[in-house]
Design a protein around this ligand. Structure first.
Ligand code: ME8
Length: 473
């Protein structure tokens, strides 16, 4: 069986989940379900990133030990993903025993291969705890990190270094040739541009931070959180004979780590490289960055309360192209929900079920559908276009295609006026309509698993009206 291994970022447990975390997680789940529908052994790995200064500080603020604090927040992430119907194969935590062992094994290999300096170097630099990374003076605005509005800490300590510079040429070639395929294209260009400017060796350990994984070759240091966190993908993949990753789905903010540092680490130990890295865009809420200070952080639960599980999955992915930046507002999401789910899909299903209540429709093969496949489109049939859209991470386009089908079926019903028909004439028209809905339902499945299951049940055997799929807001 062909495999498809998808990962999302593992999120920091300094704070509870918000819709920024849910966004790529739902997208990754849609892809996993899509590849499963195509007969692949598709697996999705999700999890939490639990070491480092950021988590240690958050725990301290809450008067807790880092591990206790991480246990609590990590569980909230897990529950949030379960609630959103995320079909993950494992929820990995960087405090899991097997990950700690694998990270140490990996680091030891890097050291043995000479990819890490034998001795630490003295490093002086500005460290942003929010980002968990060193920042150059040019990145700061008035001495502050522009993303976190905090002053970076001046670090002066001995750190071990990974010889990233040694992989510059190789990385450039691998990315240019799409051996590691980075998309969208604009992000690939950005990464290549940065490589051409020249790479620098990176510090991979901390001497004064206890909350981390000890370096196997020098236990007076802990591993730099990013280096250790990236290894999580390999912890699952290598143990389950599932490496390499077919797709790392990440936000544009962390593409550098995934496209440069991670492949370099794998090259250094002669391991297989991830095949694709897709960087999605960032969204604002009502035009503003989501932030605690502004009080505009939206939790996945808030969306689920309003739109239901499938409604949430829908509005997150339908609003704008996944690779681009966008904006969410409650008004816009309400409109999207009402127009497409309550009216579009919900109405169609309710209307058709009502028309079928007193007749018998046969359980036909939904993949042979005359209505939808006979619709000429300019660039190929809808199902092919749908697959293409999904494989290009254009969730919004894939959804638009499904909603085109909904409109086609609505039109057909309006033209045929089945409410005026009786007997076999009515059955003939409704058979076409019901087959079209069953056919459409296959494409809904990755996006709206619960709804698709309901539709499947409702349109099997005797068709009856049910409560609305998506009550109007
Ligand atoms: O970076 N719009 O974790 P993190 C879209 N632990 N996506 C958003 C978003 C927004 N407004 N806000 C957050 C880390 N995200 C590391 C990852 S991987 C080995 C380690 C998403 O908790 C986006 O995918 O800061 C971003 O990359 C991720 O949350 C960062 O999550």
């Amino acid at each position: 069986m062909n495999k498809f291994f998808i990962t999302t970022p593992i999120y920091y447990v300094n704070d509870v989940p918000h819709i920024g975390h849910a966004y790529p997680t739902v997208a990754a789940d849609v892809l996993t379900r899509y590849w499963k529908c195509k007969g692949y052994d598709a697996r999705l790995l999700v999890g939490t990133d639990e070491h480092g200064a950021k988590i240690a500080e958050a725990a301290k603020k809450h008067n807790q030990q880092p591990k206790d604090y991480a246990d609590k927040i990590s569980e909230e992430f897990k529950q949030a993903w379960e609630k959103l119907d995320i079909d993950f194969v494992r929820f990995i935590r960087t405090t899991d025993e097997d990950h700690i062992k694998m990270a140490q094994k990996f680091l030891q290999k890097l050291y043995d291969k000479g990819a890490i300096d034998a001795k630490p170097r003295l490093y002086k630099g500005l460290y942003c705890v929010g980002h968990e990374k060193f920042m150059s003076p040019e990145e700061l605005v008035n001495g502050l990190c522009p993303d976190h509005q905090t002053k970076p800490i001046e670090h002066s300590e001995e750190n071990y270094y990974f010889k990233l510079t040694a992989y510059q040429k190789q990385l450039e070639q691998l990315i240019t040739s799409d051996t590691i395929k980075i998309s969208p294209q604009s992000r690939k260009n950005e990464i290549l541009g940065k490589i051409k400017q020249g790479l620098e060796d990176i510090s991979i350990s901390r001497a004064n931070l206890e909350w981390g994984i000890p370096l196997p070759f020098d236990c007076s240091h802990t591993a730099y959180v990013w280096i250790e966190a990236l290894i999580n993908y390999y912890t699952y993949g290598s143990q389950n004979n599932f490496w390499p990753a077919d797709l790392h789905l990440v936000g544009k903010d962390i593409l550098w780590f995934h496209a440069i540092i991670w492949p370099a680490m794998l090259l250094a130990i002669d391991e297989k490289l991830p095949k694709q890295i897709f960087a999605h865009g960032f969204f604002t809420v009502n035009g503003q960055k989501m932030s605690k200070t502004l009080g505009n952080v939206i939790s996945p639960d808030q969306l689920v309360e309003k739109y239901g599980v499938d409604g949430t999955r829908y509005v997150l992915l339908a609003a704008f192209p996944f690779g681009e930046d966008g904006d969410f507002s409650w008004d816009a999401l309400d409109r999207l929900y009402n127009a497409d789910l309550a009216n579009g899909l919900g109405n169609l299903v309710a209307r058709v079920a009502k028309l079928c209540e007193n007749i018998t429709i046969s359980d036909n093969n939904p993949s042979i559908n005359k209505l939808v496949t006979s619709i000429p489109t300019t660039s190929g049939d809808i199902t092919t276009l749908y697959a293409k859209a999904l494989e290009n991470y254009r969730f919004d386009e894939a959804l638009k295609l499904i909603w085109d089908e909904i409109r086609i079926i609505d039109h057909y019903i309006n033209n045929q006026q089945p409410w005026k028909l009786k007997g076999q004439n009515l059955i003939n028209v409704m058979q076409v309509v019901v087959d079209a809905i069953r056919y459409l339902n296959l494409k809904l499945q990755p996006f709206l698993p619960e709804t698709s299951e309901k539709i499947l049940k409702q349109f099997s055997g005797a068709i009856k009206s049910q409560p609305p799929l998506f009550p109007r807001i």
